[in-house]
Design a protein around this ligand. Structure first.
Ligand SMILES: O=C(O)CCC(=O)C(=O)O
Length: 252
């Protein structure tokens, strides 16, 4: 399964792309079973908001699970990521996301770039893979096409008050289990709350330019007591150091 040139051109213009059925039904079933067990068993990190918990997640699930590692470094998904980026990439991080049924909060409008401690990286992108069906009412994502080309303030919480964003068209992208969206780290996106009886489970993996280096200024986690393996490793790095250790394997 490969991307067409017009899909790559659309991604470069709009900053996001939906690709149906990047996973087979068997991969979805196996991944969902593993993900469900992991989310039940492990402590999770949380994104709180005034309206409630946006979602919670297991950081770097690929370190604990051979099955999820296969999805994080899935040959079809990583080949598409490199095609969209137009350059060699490394894994930066992966998160196993859960948006709880009834009672979760919407994911606020934001772009990822300001929260990623990566510089020297012309390209950073996320593959967001649905492990259950994600219609609008289960919290599918909405993207603001072309915002990857805008220079916007870093304050994500304030972005929706900016008219240049408020009056731009947006695209809401429901996904079937096994579908994937790719989005550029500068593309504005958000997601609805999950108002269904089914938990939204997905795997979001961030890939970065193979030459990327560490930018501690953007390391939001530092000093916040984060103890997951990736955060501990990042805390050991100096400014400008290449993100090239075994934590960040090249995709090929
Ligand atoms: O899953 C969500 O609701 C938001 C995910 C997100 O912001 C991301 O993957 O960059």
């Amino acid at each position: 399964m490969a991307l067409h040139d017009d899909e790559v051109a659309r991604y470069q213009r709009e900053g996001f792309l939906k690709v149906p059925q990047v996973l087979t039904p068997e991969e979805v079933a196996e991944g969902l079973e593993e993900a469900t067990a992991m989310l039940r068993r492990q402590d999770t990190l949380q994104w709180p908001s005034e309206a409630g918990v946006v979602m919670d997640w297991v950081a770097s699930p690929e370190l604990e699970s051979r099955i999820l590692r296969r999805l994080v470094l899935h040959p079809v998904i990583t080949a598409m990521a490199e095609r969209l980026a137009g350059r060699p990439l490394r894994l930066f991080k992966s998160e196993l996301l859960r948006k709880a049924q009834v009672g979760s909060a919407a994911t606020p409008l934001h772009a990822d770039e300001g929260a990623l401690p990566i510089n020297g990286a012309p390209v950073t992108l996320t593959a967001w893979v649905a492990l259950v069906d994600v219609p609008e009412q289960r919290g599918c994502m909405t993207f603001w096409p072309g915002t990857c080309q805008l220079v916007l303030p870093e304050d994500a919480e304030a972005l929706d008050t900016h008219p240049e964003v408020a009056f731009r068209p947006r695209v809401t992208v429901p996904l079937r289990a096994g579908d994937c969206t790719f989005h550029d780290a500068r593309t504005l996106h958000a997601a609805h709350a999950n108002t269904t009886e089914v938990t939204r489970i997905s795997l979001a993996t961030v890939y970065m330019d193979a030459e990327a280096t560490f930018d501690p200024e953007r390391f939001l986690y530092s000093g916040e007591g984060m103890t997951d393996p990736l955060s501990l490793h990042l805390k050991s790095l100096g400014a400008g150091q290449p993100l090239a250790s075994e934590h960040f394997p090249k995709l090929r």
